[in-house]
Design a protein around this ligand. Structure first.
Ligand code: ADP
Ligand code: MG
Length: 269
């Protein structure tokens, strides 16, 4: 048995609600409750659940941008919870993030070429210009996009820029948190196809987070369903979608908009 790439055990995260009264102390809100699961190298691991179910909290913990209240996360066998930032260098290279709102996550004052090469500069990796050109080509943007500023691009193009930046340090894991939720339906299919191609081309492990089960179904092989911070279902996409064990999952499936029709390259069912 090979060791899982990511191993999550008893992961728990509570937030303290801000005090609404001087007399009452803030209540504890459990955002994640006792999550345990593994992600294997090369897996396309979907995380679905309604808004507020804890998806982004999980993403922040997996990326060591936040600390759990309890539990453990091992990355390549190494415990990452509680590590100081100076010892997280390997994770900062190996694991990259793409967010929902590319405008909010791209520095508006930097040229696209500098945005994409920023992680390379930070890590002292040479050959920036060639690498930027290579990355722009990989995400389907023209090479002169490097000279533009984020506001000069469309939503879909900006998400391509975020993906290029994420790929710059040659990560092994890409975590995408609602990467197409802010995009027009027609553009969604293009970005999903792009992610699909890149995951294959660079042999990435993908963690794909969405409230939209239709989207997850088409990019993932495994799906984890979160409900109010609890992992209520986990299994191969075909099994979970074909025969959901939980009413909650069945409800999410029934409510999912049919994206299939807009996905040019995927067969609609
Ligand atoms: P999702 O991404 O699935 O929409 P989140 O992980 O953002 O869910 O949020 C899960 C729960 O944790 C929600 O109840 C949310 O209000 C709460 N929460 C998230 N971040 C914070 C925070 N920084 N402070 C307090 N509560 C938070
Ligand atoms: Mg979220």
């Amino acid at each position: 048995m090979t060791e899982p790439l990511i191993q999550v055990r008893g992961l728990h995260r509570t937030y303290r609600r801000t005090r609404t009264s001087l007399l009452r102390s803030g209540a504890e809100i459990p955002a994640l409750r006792e999550l345990s699961f593994d992600i294997a190298a090369g897996q396309r691991f979907g995380v679905v659940g309604e808004s507020g179910s804890g998806k982004s909290t999980l993403v922040r913990l997996l990326a060591a941008l936040d600390k759990p209240t309890a539990g453990s996360i091992r990355f390549q066998g190494k415990e990452i919870t509680g590590l100081p930032e100076r010892r997280l260098g390997f994770l900062r290279r190996e694991l990259q993030l793409v967010f929902q709102d590319p405008m909010g996550s791209l520095n508006p004052r930097l040229r696209v070429g500098d945005i994409i090469s920023e992680p390379l500069v930070v890590q002292g990796i040479p050959g920036r210009k060639e690498r930027v050109a290579e990355l722009l080509a990989a995400v389907g943007l023209p090479v002169d996009a490097a000279d533009g500023y984020p506001h000069q691009f469309s939503g879909g193009q900006r998400q391509r820029i975020s993906i290029a930046r994420a790929l710059a340090p040659k990560p092994s894991v890409l975590i995408a948190d609602e990467p197409v939720s802010a995009l027009d339906v027609s553009v969604r299919a293009q970005i999903l196809n792009l992610l699909d191609d890149l995951v294959r081309q660079y042999a990435l492990t993908l963690v794909f987070v969405s409230h939209d089960l239709g989207v997850v179904r088409h990019v993932c092989d495994t799906v984890a369903v979160l409900r109010r911070g609890e992992l209520v279902e986990l299994g191969p996409v075909a099994t979970v979608y074909g025969a959901p064990q939980q009413d909650y999952t069945a409800g999410l499936i029934a409510a999912a908009p049919s994206l299939a029709r807009s996905l040019a390259r995927f067969d609609p069912e």
